[in-house]
Design a protein around this ligand. Structure first.
Ligand SMILES: C[S@@+](CC[C@H](N)C(=O)[O-])C[C@H]1O[C@@H](n2cnc3c(N)ncnc32)[C@H](O)[C@@H]1O
Length: 269
């Protein structure tokens, strides 16, 4: 019985990862990190510092949750395990290094879940004429868990990406755009509504640059505007010659130590 439950749980995780394409994405993130480790380090260090500064300000010390933990390159797992009674790492796919790292700490748990809760709705809409959920409901990937600290880590900009593929022929037009924007808004609304302290770290813009010249700039959050962050930095994600000899790719990143306060204040504008 236990073995069946384990297999079910493991396969469900694998199916979700395949469905969202995150198993393949994890392999390419890992490979790019190996090639660009030095260029990525300031971003990874800035993210880890933001998470720890926010975690240290949390009042309760029972449960910490990290959303989008992936390979934990940017997650201070050991430090969080020392600060909280339990640490939950949530992702659609946990690559092997995350499993190895988590196994070193008895109070660190991996949870495989879709942070949007919208995979089934998107697949149904792709196969039928049924409308996409509008507004997108707030997700509930923690199933009732009340964290003292939650960090959403370089995840928000990634949420809509697989849905453009999942939606198939429904992926273009204003309905799909509103749905993908809604995924980001619902994530922010939900994060800000959680008990405890919520920390947000996410890309806000993706750029191709040649020295000081910006060749292309894309909004990373489907047009969802964030309030003023506590910290900002540049993630040199693909310096030459990683993607091209003609340009470097970089992401603008925003960090919030207390996202609920910032997002709530934005609502009061
Ligand atoms: C840019 S990576 C974050 C980097 C990661 N913290 C690390 O150190 O490797 C984005 C992460 O978000 C996860 N992700 C994307 N969409 C997701 C979803 N709908 N639900 C849960 N996780 C998701 C991916 O699997 C990936 O691990």
């Amino acid at each position: 019985m236990l073995r069946e439950l384990f297999t079910l749980w493991r396969n469900r995780g694998a199916r979700l990862a395949r469905c969202l394409g995150q198993d393949r994405e994890a392999v390419s993130i890992n490979a790019r990190h190996r090639r660009c480790a030095a260029a990525w380090e300031p971003h990874l260090a800035a993210t880890r510092t933001l998470i720890l500064d926010a975690a240290q300000a949390a009042v309760g010390r029972e449960t910490a949750v990290v959303l989008g933990s992936g390979a934990c390159l940017d997650v201070p797992v050991a430090e969080l395990a020392g600060l909280f009674r339990q640490v939950v790492l949530l992702d659609a796919h946990h690559p092997r290094p995350a499993g190895v790292l988590a196994a070193r700490f008895p109070n660190v748990r991996l949870v495989t879940a879709d942070a949007t809760g919208m995979v089934q709705a998107a697949r149904t809409a792709a196969k039928s004429r049924s409308p996409l959920p509008c507004p997108v409901p707030r997700p509930d990937p923690l199933a009732g868990l009340a964290p003292d600290f939650t960090a959403s880590v370089n995840l928000a900009s990634q949420l809509p990406i697989p849905f453009y593929r999942l939606l198939g022929r429904r992926a273009t037009g204003t309905e799909a755009e509103a749905f993908c924007r809604g995924l980001v808004t619902a994530h922010f609304d939900w994060l800000a509504s959680l008990p405890g302290t919520a920390c947000l770290c996410c890309d806000t813009a993706w750029e191709r640059v040649d020295g000081p010249k910006v060749l292309e700039r894309l909004d990373a959050l489907e047009g969802v505007a964030l309030p003023a962050p506590d910290r900002t930095w540049i993630w040199s994600i693909a310096p030459r010659p990683e993607e091209s000899l003609a340009y470097d790719r970089q992401n603008h990143v925003a960090g919030f130590l207390d996202f609920a306060a910032a997002w709530g204040a934005k609502g009061l504008d």
